[in-house]
Design a protein around this ligand. Structure first.
Ligand SMILES: Cc1cc2nc3c(=O)[nH]c(=O)nc-3n(C[C@H](O)[C@H](O)[C@H](O)COP(=O)(O)O)c2cc1C
Length: 189
């Protein structure tokens, strides 16, 4: 019985340690995101996170913009999302060597990462090696779906912190939750 209790305590303390925010020097955090809709839900989340984390912020843009009509954009993105094909993106002037922690933001598109965000992560998998990375996403009701799983599958050499989904329609009233998300993952020193 005593052994069982000791074991449970050890597991509990390991879990508590795992949940500790990652210590990072101020200025060594970046936020990289893609956002498509005119309301810019993921952009809002990214800006709020960047402000809280004193982070530099970078926006991913596809070389060829998606159709500006919602349902046409859904049709255009569907095969890319299903087949996980990459979407060429504009060069992003980011030097990842400057950062230890990188937050990556994307809208939920067809249950996964929007292709431009996926493309950036895939293209930078080597430069992200050994860094702490963290996904956040906004969605239209589907929640996390496959995003965290898909993100982790392309960042195997990184320390991936737990991802978080935010409702797109209420993201502007979720500032406290966005800030809590940052506080639970990193501690600036
Ligand atoms: C092409 C496309 C596919 C989408 N697929 C989903 C989905 O599968 N599940 C979901 O919850 N929301 C889906 N949405 C809704 C967006 O995730 C949501 O509106 C998001 O907050 C938009 O972020 P943005 O303003 O940064 O573009 C989709 C939107 C688009 C344009």
């Amino acid at each position: 019985m005593k052994k069982l209790i000791m074991g449970a305590l050890a597991i509990a303390s390991i879990a508590a340690l795992a949940a500790e925010p990652v210590e990072v020097e101020k200025g060594r955090v970046a936020v990289v995101y893609f956002s498509w809709s005119p309301s810019g839900n993921t952009r809002f989340a990214a800006k709020t996170i960047a402000e809280k984390a004193s982070a530099d912020i970078y926006e991913i843009k596809p070389e060829k913009p998606y159709n500006s009509d919602y349902s046409a954009c859904c049709d255009e993105a569907n095969p890319e999302c299903r087949q996980k094909t990459l979407r060429p993106i504009k060069p992003l002037a980011i030097d990842l060597a400057k950062y230890d922690v990188v937050f990556v933001g994307t809208p939920n598109w067809w249950g996964t990462m929007a292709p431009p965000a996926r493309t950036w992560v895939v293209n930078n998998a080597g430069a992200l090696k050994g860094k702490t990375v963290c996904l956040f996403q906004t969605h239209g009701g589907g929640g996390m779906q496959n995003l965290e799983r898909d993100f982790k599958s392309i960042t195997p050499d990184c320390k991936v912190l737990p991802a978080k989904a935010f409702s797109g329609s209420s993201v502007r009233s979720s500032v406290a939750a966005l800030e809590k998300f940052v506080d639970e993952r990193i501690k600036l020193k």
